[in-house]
Design a protein around this ligand. Structure first.
Ligand code: 4AZ
Length: 824
């Protein structure tokens, strides 16, 4: 039901009266200052002095009386009362009677403090909950500006007095303890806002929902303040699950706050949220007791669709006894937010004589700082973890027993952790493996191979290198093919000393050597770009943008960076691309993408059959894919538009009905595609009708012809391809980050098969790569806050093998061709 707004808005603006203007007489002009001049001067001086004195008097007399409206929210426990159901209804006689008593006693409590009694206006009880009876209230004070800090101190000292000992408030029958209060954020009681309050009780049988005003038919209303008081049965906790959450990005304008209380107390603020959350990565919150408060505040600008959340109740249980040789456990509600004010203890006992290895694949436990105040995970007798820990953080325990205690404090929750444990022999912590200093165990063949597999580099120290490796002076080994590639791989430059160039190589001005083939290919392959110097080019020089007005821009990535670099805005037009709709936080070695994270990703199916290739949306009519995906074979006419159906906005292959299916009008493979070398592996597909863009369907930005993606830069690949070489396709869209690899190095690794129409990217230590079924899909590069189509998945030597990067079609090379064929 709806409450009326609590406090009538008071206007504390103090009227300011200006000093009367001095009655200046008209004065005659004279040559010199003379007598009259002196008099005039004195009069002006006197007027100025009077003005200064007046202003000072106003400042010290009136301004100190300027009053602030201060609201403190609080809760207190009434220990000598028993909760009755009627207390849930603020219209009931029982509620009103107890509320009046609480208000009386609050008044008498404030009268104990001179600062508070002087400025006290009134209180209002907002709600009661069980235990014995907890009252939630707001108290209002009109405080002179200069007294604000003193009043804050008086309120917290009063709370301290009542929270430490049980006290009967003067002249009242109620006994209070646990009086807690804090100043209410001014954003929660702005005068301009219309305010609405709801109270709802979750039941086990039925499902309650809460939603922003107007949802789902219209955007939420501006300048509103809505509050939901949520309750569950005693002994239960509440779960709030947002199935839609789409608010403005900036939390200082519109936000949702979730409190572990029935009043908006910062001490019990679980989280403040804004922005857009993907349904595949939903927000859910759990309370520590049977109450929760949700507040929704909007300002006058930009109204978004809003949110809807289910409210359920359940009994929270966590921790327990764990035994056996291995097992797992996780924080309550993982991977969504754990409840505040909660303690869970897991007592692990493995067979006698064995030790325990704990591993945390994911760990996000509130903010970390020295000594982990707030929320933390204690591995009793060993260490305490908090904050964000690297994936697979490991802790070993030299005992067959250990207790792991997770504690959250009263505010600011996070996504928590997952953990596994397994046993190890005390005499052999890493059977047949190398033990790193950080206790990780790795395959012994990974020692001294130039890659940091331990994570702490221990296995790359004190190495004797074999002939295929460079012996760096600092005693690490690096692969020989990294010698003289312009990158300091050793860390002490040993690998870049005494570098001449081989036959077929070009010597850059910085002494780096690059393949002769790369000279004047439009990409600066030398770090200093000297391989592109002096090349005759009809348009702008390398690494610049050719504006429509003929101007050349030398700045890197000038497109869509919000600045009109060209002067005719041509570098800022066509920028409605490359942005995902959602907030946030196969491919071999990747992980599941969030829904809508790659809204340009397309799944190409043979009609009424399975996924074959990926593609990327570049406009409402055109897709880019790989030419090798559209080559006829003896059985299937892949080159014909009628063979295909394209799924746009697809996340899970089994949920095709949720995606947009499109047929094709035509396919344009690049005419120079080479079936043997995969050179020019790119094709365009025209949809038979334009697609409507949405949160899950959007185009990616196209790079300009002169864009280039520097060695070492991170790019993201996505697709439903195989999750290991020779394996099956992924049911859910996968993503992985890989790095751009120097073309010269790549050409050597791939036995001279790399052309300037190809870009290499991967993780040379292996394990992360595109694979069969990812072909045609995007390699996305993030710049200026947008994703650009840097490459198209093309080919590779197997998948995710060591020193075998993935090969991608170099999209900038085809920018003019795309424009010519599609107009995009
Ligand atoms: C493929 O067969 C394929 N490792 C795509 C990419 C890679 C290998 C194979 C890169 O579609």
């Amino acid at each position: 039901f709806v409450y009326s707004p609590l406090l009538t808005d008071k206007d504390w603006d103090t009227a300011v009266t200006f000093l009367p203007a001095s009655d200046n007489k008209k004065l005659e002009k004279k040559r010199g200052p003379g007598k009259v001049g002196i008099i005039v001067g004195l009069v002006i001086l006197a007027a100025v002095l009077a003005l200064i004195i007046g202003l000072l008097a106003w400042h010290f007399h009136f301004r100190k009386d300027l009053k602030l409206q201060k609201i403190y929210t609080g809760s207190l426990r009434i220990t000598n009362q028993v909760f009755v159901d009627a207390y849930e209804n603020s219209d009931s006689a029982e509620f009103k009677s107890l509320a009046n008593q609480v208000m009386d006693q609050l008044k008498s409590m404030y009268s104990e403090s001179p600062e508070l009694s002087k400025y006290y206006i009134g209180s209002r009880v907002q709600a009661f909950s069980e235990g014995s009876v907890i009252a939630y209230y707001e108290s209002e004070f009109a405080v002179p500006v200069v007294q604000e800090a003193a009043v804050d101190r008086a309120v917290s000292s009063l709370s301290e007095t009542y929270s430490t000992k049980v006290r009967r408030a003067q002249q009242g029958p109620l006994v209070f303890d646990h009086v807690v209060s804090s100043a209410l954020d001014t954003r929660l009681f702005s005068k301009a806002r219309t305010s609405t309050r709801f109270a709802q009780h979750a039941r086990s049988s039925a499902e309650e929902t809460i939603k922003s005003p107007g949802f789902p038919d219209q955007p939420y209303t501006p300048n509103s303040f809505v509050q939901w008081q949520l309750r569950a049965d005693p002994g239960h906790v509440l779960k709030l699950s947002f199935d839609t959450f789409n608010l403005e990005k900036n939390c200082s304008n519109d936000f949702v706050r979730v409190y572990d209380s029935l009043v908006a107390m910062d001490k019990h603020l679980m989280a403040e949220k804004c922005g857009f959350y993907s349904p595949s990565n939903p927000l859910t919150f759990i309370s520590s007791r049977n109450v929760m408060l949700v507040t929704f505040v909007t300002n006058e600008e930009e109204n978004f669709p809003g949110f809807r959340a289910r409210v359920t109740q359940f009994k929270l249980a966590c921790g327990g006894k764990l035994s056996g040789s291995s097992g797992s456990f996780k924080s309550p509600n993982f991977p969504s937010y754990y409840p505040p004010s909660t303690t869970c203890q897991w007592d692990i006992e493995v067979p006698n004589g064995k030790f325990i290895k704990l591993k945390f694949p994911k760990f996000m436990v509130s903010t970390g700082s020295p000594n982990c105040p707030g929320d933390n995970v204690q591995i009793v007798g060993k260490s305490t973890l908090c904050g964000q820990q690297p994936a697979n953080t490991m802790v070993t325990v030299n005992s067959n027993q250990v207790s792991v205690v997770f504690k959250s404090d009263s505010s600011q929750v996070d996504r928590g952790f997952s953990a596994t444990y397994e046993v190890f022999e005390p005499s052999d912590p890493c059977p047949d493996q190398f033990q790193c200093n950080n206790k990780r165990c790795i395959d012994p063949s990974l020692r001294c191979d130039g890659w940091n597999d331990c994570g702490d580099g221990t296995e790359e120290k004190n190495c004797k290198c074999d002939a295929s490796m460079i012996q760096c002076r600092n005693e690490v080994c690096k692969p020989m093919f990294w010698r003289c590639d312009g990158i300091n791989d050793c860390g002490d430059d040993t690998d870049e000393l005494n570098c001449g160039c081989k036959i077929g190589e070009f010597k850059c001005k910085n002494d780096q050597c690059v393949s002769e083939k790369l000279k004047c290919d439009g990409n600066p392959d030398c770090k200093d770009g000297s391989d592109e110097d002096g090349c005759t080019r009809d348009i702008c020089k390398v690494s610049t943008f050719a504006c429509n007005n003929g101007k050349c821009i030398t700045k890197q990535n000038p497109m869509c960076d919000g600045q009109d670099d060209c002067g005719d805005n041509s570098d800022e037009s066509s920028c409605d691309c490359g942005k995902k709709a959602y907030t946030k936080s196969r491919i071999v070695g990747g992980q599941e993408a969030d829904m809508g994270e790659f809204p340009w990703q397309v799944s190409l199916h043979i009609k009424n059959s399975a996924h074959v290739c990926g593609a990327s949306i570049i406009s409402d009519r055109w897709l880019v894919t790989a030419a090798h995906c559209v080559q006829d074979d003896v059985k299937i006419k892949y080159a014909q538009a009628g063979t295909w159906e394209a799924y746009l906005g697809l996340h899970r292959q089994t949920e095709k009905q949720k995606a947009t299916k499109k047929f094709l009008k035509q396919i344009i493979p690049h005419k120079n595609y080479n079936v043997y070398t995969y050179d020019n592996d790119i094709a365009l597909m025209e949809l038979d009708s334009p697609v409507t863009f949405s949160a899950t369907i959007r185009p990616i930005c196209l790079p300009t012809a002169t864009d280039f993606f520097p060695t070492g830069e991170t790019v993201t690949i996505s697709g439903w391809g195989a999750t290991r070489e020779g394996g099956a396709g992924a049911p859910v869209l996968q993503k992985a980050n890989v790095r751009i690899i120097n073309s010269t190095v790549c050409d050597e690794l791939m036995n001279g098969q790399i052309t300037s129409r190809m870009t290499c990217a991967g993780v040379l230590s292996g394990g992360v790569d595109a694979c069969q079924g990812d072909s045609g899909g995007p390699m996305s590069f993030l710049t200026n806050d947008r994703m650009f189509l840097a490459g198209v998945v093309s080919w590779g030597d197997g998948c995710a093998r060591r020193n075998k990067p993935g090969i991608y079609t170099n999209v900038p090379k085809f920018r003019a061709w795309i424009k010519e064929k599609t107009g995009v």
